[in-house]
Design a protein around this ligand. Structure first.
Ligand code: COA
Ligand code: MG
Length: 313
């Protein structure tokens, strides 16, 4: 299952950023991103047998200051030894302004790594600088320029309010990630289970992402024993336009995939809508007492396509 032979170059050929507006919500996306603390050999070893869509090896907040150097060293060793061939690999580096950032970036630009996850993004000009530094490191490593992607975490009031500008700051950005815990701390608000207090911020991040044809990833649900709560939260953010969810524990992977998949009811309704529209010769019609026209049919077809993809996977 695992290989130590040279890995394929996986940083390129992402289905996104999109080039065509009709593609939003219409293509394969990464739904589950499992954080793995890079100072834990035990968890990195567990990860070898796990199958989320992507890993985010963490050098930032899961790692105490005293372990930063050791974590980078352990992660490099792990990437040298084993590559789990399925999930894509991302690495959350320490923040741009931190003393660890330069060493983190030098350690992560390598062919197995699809991209970096950049925390606490509050400033588009900093991302432009990170973009340049990645280009320099890619050249040094004889990697194609632009192959290392960026997922930006918007987790401060400033970052969220500048979401659109940040989304446009680098062609490497493939997704915006909403970080609720830091956002609440920055705002001085306490996070509740239903998430009313973060609804607007979440929506702004999803909107900015979709407006730039990027994916939107919601941060983790921290109560990792509560699968019902995770399912409900994932469904809620899916309705807001999020296509991915970060995870902290392996037992969350399956729940997120179930919640991101269209429900039986959504699939049945989508079939009815598409066939009613086709039977009407492409004009306006009605299903279950509601008017059906072109955009409703476009969305119904997306639901059926997503269902077909997930049944194949
Ligand atoms: N990645 C990979 N494997 C993990 C894992 C993770 N995030 N979390 C748990 N596991 C593995 C453990 O190694 C263990 O396997 P093992 O017995 O073969 O070693 C198994 O899953 C069960 O772990 P469990 O005992 O239930 O978890 P825990 O109490 O040791 O740890 C957490 C709980 C929350 C501390 C842990 O899941 C974790 O560190 N999560 C990630 C935290 C993080 O990265 N935060 C930053 C982003 S918000
Ligand atoms: Mg954070």
């Amino acid at each position: 299952m695992f290989t130590s032979s040279p890995p394929p170059l996986i940083g390129v050929n992402f289905p996104y950023p999109r080039t065509d507006t009709s593609e939003v919500g219409d293509m394969d996306v990464l739904q589950s991103f499992l954080f793995v603390p890079a100072d834990s050999s035990r968890k990195m070893t567990s990860a070898r047998n796990l199958h989320p869509d992507a890993f985010i090896y963490d050098l930032e907040d899961a790692v105490p200051i005293a372990n930063k150097h050791e974590a980078r060293h352990l992660l490099t060793g792990e990437l040298n030894s084993f590559i789990n061939p399925g999930p894509k690999i991302f690495i959350r580096v320490n923040g741009f302004g931190s003393t660890f950032f330069g060493d983190d970036l030098r350690a992560v630009v390598r062919r197995e790594v699809s991209g970096i996850v950049l925390p606490k993004c509050n400033d588009a000009s900093q991302i432009a600088q990170v973009h340049q530094e990645l280009s320099r490191l890619e050249n040094q490593m004889s990697m194609p320029e632009g192959s290392v992607k960026i997922i930006t975490i918007l987790e401060g009031a400033k970052g969220v309010s500048l979401a659109g500008e940040i989304a446009r700051s680098s062609s490497r950005i493939i997704a915006l990630f909403f970080g609720a815990e830091d956002f609440c701390a920055d705002m001085g608000i306490t996070r509740s289970k239903d998430g009313d207090e973060i609804g607007v911020a979440r929506s702004l991040v999803a909107l900015a992402a979709k407006s730039e044809r990027l994916e939107a990833i919601d941060g983790p649900f921290t109560d990792f024993h509560d699968r019902v709560g995770l399912f409900e939260e994932t469904r809620r953010v899916k309705k807001m336009g999020f296509t991915g969810k970060a995870l902290i524990h392996p037992n969350q992977i399956e729940t997120v995939h179930q919640a991101m998949a269209p429900s039986d009811e959504e699939i049945a309704l989508a079939h009815e809508i598409v066939s009613a529209f086709e039977n009407s010769g492409g004009g306006v019609t009605a299903v279950r007492g509601k008017m059906i026209d072109e955009p409703v049919v476009v969305q119904a077809r997306k639901v059926l396509k997503q269902n077909a993809r997930e049944r194949k996977a």
